[in-house]
Design a protein around this ligand. Structure first.
Ligand code: IMP
Ligand code: MG
Length: 179
């Protein structure tokens, strides 16, 4: 897998350090509250797993599925969101977690849907923020890294359902796309 990577843009150690910082902020903001995390699958899996293990108090957790890019590196129109919450989120402090905000349509769809369940507060948290393709005015309250135009893989992010298990974030070699 690593031979397919043209360059690493965020190293494991940088991710680890940033998650420590983020966890301190979240502990400060959510301690003593009924905190509910809703993670958008599959991309946020690795980020979620590492982040929640830095939190020393109970968290309520649920997940939702959103459509992936498949074999493309560009959004193909409308975001498909499949959700059926297994836990009650009404009147709870809800934090939505995703791997990356790109155009913003996934997060917008999810946040709009969750609003209908009347959470007490609703915020979002992403590992990566790509501003250059934003189509919706959405600004996650918690962002770890700003990135440029390049499509990235690793640490949960995939291309055609591969590379999610790389421990860093990198850019693929050109010949790896659409192969
Ligand atoms: P948005 O709806 O355009 O903001 O895209 C968000 C979703 O697209 C994310 O949850 C990712 O799953 C996927 N995505 C966007 N950019 C990338 C990328 O560079 N690599 C892998 N997945 C991406
Ligand atoms: Mg995703």
């Amino acid at each position: 897998m690593e031979k397919d990577i043209a360059r690493v843009i965020i190293r494991e150690e940088q991710i680890r350090n940033k998650l420590h910082e983020l966890s301190k902020t979240l502990i400060h903001d959510y301690q003593g509250k009924e905190w509910t995390i809703i993670a958008i699958l599959n991309g946020s899996l690795v980020f979620l797993a590492d982040l929640i293990r830095l939190i020393p108090f109970p968290i309520r957790l649920d997940t939702i599925d959103a459509a992936t890019y498949g074999e493309y590196t560009f959004p193909k129109g409308e975001t498909k969101v499949v959700h059926q919450f297994k836990i009650d989120i009404e009147d709870k402090h809800v934090l939505v977690i995703d791997d990356i905000i790109d155009t913003g349509s996934t997060l917008k769809r999810v946040l709009d849907d969750i609003k209908g369940y009347h959470p007490k507060t609703l915020k979002s948290c992403v590992l990566l923020n790509r501003l250059s393709r934003r189509r919706h005015h959405i600004h996650p309250e918690y962002c770890c890294f700003d990135i440029g135009d390049d499509f990235v893989v690793g640490y949960g992010l995939d291309y055609n359902n591969k590379y999610r298990n790389l421990p860093f974030i990198g850019v693929l070699k050109d010949e790896c796309y659409r192969r």
